[in-house]
Write a protein that binds this ligand. Structure first.
Ligand SMILES: Nc1ncnc2c1ncn2[C@@H]1O[C@H](COP(=O)(O)OP(=O)(O)O)[C@@H](O)[C@H]1O
Ligand SMILES: [Mg+2]
Length: 386
């Protein structure tokens, strides 16, 4: 990794993070950020800006770096910025903030940037299976899973399976449909030996033209039939039959979730940025690691983000050592309406920041723009008429 440290005054000592022989570290002094040289981010993977106050010059430098070298992470060095400054810096394009140029802080930051580069290098179709885990109950894993699945299915040519493995009692369907699905997970698993793409399509509930849903078992007795190896086979078949499989894993600590963690191309830890969620998220991650589970594909989705979160999202992620994959705004009205109507927030509040963020995310994953809600309604009518 090519690292460049730009400081307002000469550094007392050259920082000494743990680097490999492929890495390089350059330090330079730039008294003022006006006219920040674009070649600095262009020739680096990570630029650290040290000793600059959070003002218009720093924000302008971040914005211009982001425009001229989007591959490069440009990270301000700030000991304890207040929450409103963190929001401003992130809006200007800072993907991270580091507290100091000390080796421990730099090592943690470099680890996060390496992961970002690794993900950026993945081919566009690398992600097929996405598992969502709620840091603590109520953080929004189900709501995000439902809306992401709905947005992905609005991308032309993109068939999606939404699978509810939030056991024993999931509620994924209430975010997507007002209908009562005929079959549930236990019915599908009962057919596992003869299950193929056609039967899977027939047993799952049609939510839209390109979205199928398998709800969790409706009664506790049926939940007993949900055995980890059978669910593993279902997940493999679903990932061969649909472009995306979006799975609600609930708290992520039950035997079925634990047995499946390795199946996912991406595991999303959905958390509201507060202390209770941070504690729970850290316990979940430690549990996974303690059980030898690979956590390199885990990313943070910060949900219900407001201008002044209890814990700034970058801090939250840094404490857990996770990359921030998405930030989703709080959208109480659209979400309440969604639950009342049994339709995704994309439908009940299509122009909200929530829906915009989910649509961008779906476009980034699928490489195709989701069809806007008004057009989608017309398309559906046309399809039905055809
Ligand atoms: N971004 C959001 N804005 C407003 N309400 C939300 C948001 N995300 C989730 N909710 C609501 O919070 C509650 C808990 O969400 P849910 O998805 O069921 O959490 P989990 O599955 O993590 O337990 C639900 O009523 C849900 O609709
Ligand atoms: Mg849930």
């Amino acid at each position: 990794m090519r690292i460049s440290i730009v400081s307002s005054t000469p550094l007392a000592a050259t920082p000494a993070p743990g680097l490999t022989t492929d890495d390089s570290l350059r330090c330079r002094v730039l008294a003022d950020l006006i006219g920040f040289p674009p070649e600095i981010p262009r020739d680096a993977d990570l630029v650290l800006l040290s000793g600059y106050p959070v003002d218009g010059r720093l924000l302008a430098a971040l914005e211009s770096c982001n425009a001229s070298a989007p591959h490069c992470a440009v990270v301000p060095v700030l000991a304890a910025p207040p929450a409103d400054q963190v929001v401003q810096l992130m809006q200007a394009g800072a993907p991270d903030i580091v507290g100091s140029l000390g080796a421990a802080d730099l090592d943690a930051l470099i680890g996060r940037v390496r992961e970002r580069l690794r993900r950026a290098a993945l081919p566009a179709d690398a992600v097929r299976t996405i598992g969502l885990v709620s840091a603590k109950g109520g953080d929004g894993a189900t709501c995000i899973a439902a809306n992401l699945a709905a947005a992905l299915s609005r991308c032309p040519g993109t068939r999606v399976m939404a699978l509810d493995l939030s056991l024993p009692f999931g509620d994924l369907e209430i975010h997507l449909t007002s209908e009562q699905p005929q079959h549930d997970l236990a019915d599908v698993l009962a057919q596992i030996d003869r299950l193929d793409a056609t039967l899977l399509d027939a047993l799952s509930h049609p939510v839209g033209e390109q979205l199928r849903l398998i709800p969790s078992p409706a009664e506790f007795e049926r939940f007993i039939e949900v055995k980890p190896p059978l669910v593993g086979r279902l997940l493999t078949l679903a990932s061969q039959s649909y472009r995306f499989v979006v799975v609600d894993l609930g708290g992520g600590t039950d035997p079925v979730s634990l047995s499946l963690l390795g199946h996912f191309d991406q595991l999303l830890l959905v958390a509201t940025p507060d202390i209770a969620s941070l504690r729970r998220a850290s316990k979940v991650l430690r549990m996974w690691q303690g059980m030898g589970r690979d956590t390199s594909r885990v990313g943070l989705v910060a949900n219900r983000v407001t201008a002044h979160p209890e814990v700034p999202v970058t801090r939250f992620a840094a404490t857990l050592g996770l990359p921030v994959l998405r930030e989703i705004a709080d959208e109480s009205d659209g979400v309440s309406q969604s639950l009342l109507e049994g339709a995704p927030v994309l439908v009940t509040a299509p122009t909200s920041a929530f829906s915009r963020a989910i649509r961008h995310w779906a476009a980034d994953l699928s490489g195709v723009q989701p069809v806007e809600e008004s057009l989608w309604t017309s398309f559906k009518q046309l399809w039905r008429a055809a």
